[in-house]
Design a protein around this ligand. Structure first.
Ligand code: DP6
Length: 332
């Protein structure tokens, strides 16, 4: 057994999906029931260092300077077990991770967290993986994390097994200067997280119809991105978001994530669009609203969103690049 410390660090951006991932074909492997398309969120980052250390008797996770325990640590341990199996090593690891965006800001941190962890853990374990293999690895930690591995505008090819389910870039970050304006309505942790939510999706009578029509929306979204057709992207993204929320609201347990301010912003986005401002909304498993618009409109849209009652904070993120390793000497 090696007595050396093996360390690597990586950085990754979160992402926002235009075509959503909701429901799995295989929950354990996180093989999604349908494909999805997203944009990485530049400026916001997770930085993670993994050190396999023979002196450790258990894995450790230090998140934003605080040692963690319980479910959060367990999820990382399960992920590291998978990496150890792939690499044929039996050392425990210390994982140190920092987000430069507030954990409660309503931006899902699991995507950037498991994407950065996949890159850092694989490198520290001595695995040499291609981008597709890293995306597959990140997927095991959190489905949406596989989309944070490649850069810019990304499609997760649903596939049908572990081998065929990974994400690819469909256009680089500088292809289109879109900005995600995140209108934060609640900073508290969601009562039902995505993992539980995915398991409920198939209990909605609407999920079948949503899945059946997903390939057409994926095609429309991909084409809209490649042609930089804002109106087409707006139409298909709002439709896809509404379909996901309809499924959420109609499962065996009702998941109603919207707050009054959420609905207020959905109406506002429609009114702004009708008045000539290119903007649309999309919403994940929480009340916060992501307003997508061209960079030239970002300040105007952010200022208008901040006026709405119930909006606590407004963040802006342009399209972001791929996850990558950091030089050894870089501080997190
Ligand atoms: C609503 O990737 O967070 O944000 O695989 O259980 O970690 P787990 O789920 P997660 O689900 C994301 C759900 C979503 C839609 C999306 O990002 O596509």
């Amino acid at each position: 057994m090696s007595t050396e410390l093996k360390s690597a660090a990586a950085v990754s951006h979160p992402n926002i999906a235009f075509i959503k991932y909701w429901g799995n074909r295989d929950h354990h492997l996180r093989i999604p029931a349908s494909g999805s398309i997203s944009m990485n969120l530049g400026r916001l980052e997770t930085r993670t260092r993994v050190t396999f250390n023979p002196a450790l008797t258990a894995d450790r996770l230090i998140l934003n300077g605080e040692p963690t325990s319980g479910k959060q640590l367990q999820r990382v341990q399960t992920f590291l077990d998978h990496v150890r199996r792939l690499a044929g090593i039996d050392l425990y690891a210390e994982v140190e991770s920092k987000n430069d965006f507030p954990t409660g800001a309503g931006i899902a941190s699991s995507a950037s967290a498991f994407s950065a962890l996949a890159l850092a853990a694989a490198a520290a374990a001595g695995l040499q993986l291609s981008e597709a293999e890293l995306s597959r690895l990140a997927r095991r930690g959190s489905g949406s994390a596989c989309r944070s591995v490649p850069g810019g505008f990304v499609e997760w090819l649903a596939g049908e097994d572990d081998q065929s389910s990974y994400a690819v870039s469909i256009a680089p970050a500088d292809h289109w200067d879109l900005v995600d304006i995140v209108a934060v309505i609640s900073q508290v942790h969601k009562p039902t997280g995505s993992t539980e939510g995915h398991a409920l999706a198939e209990t909605s009578p609407l999920q079948k119809a949503r899945l059946k029509s997903a390939p057409a929306r994926l095609e429309q979204c991909r084409t809209a991105i490649l042609r930089r057709d804002f109106e087409a992207l707006a139409e298909v993204s709002e439709l896809d978001c509404n379909l996901m929320h309809a499924v959420m609201m109609t499962g065996a347990r009702r998941l109603l994530y919207w707050q009054p301010a959420t609905i207020e912003l959905m109406h506002a986005a429609g009114e702004w669009r009708r008045s000539g401002i290119p903007v649309f909304y999309t919403i994940d498993a929480g009340p916060n609203v992501h307003l997508i618009c061209p960079a030239a409109e970002a300040d105007r849209v952010a200022a208008a969103a901040a006026q709405i009652q119930g909006i606590k904070e407004v963040l802006q993120a342009p399209a972001g690049s791929a996850a990558h390793l950091l030089a050894e000497e870089v501080n997190l």
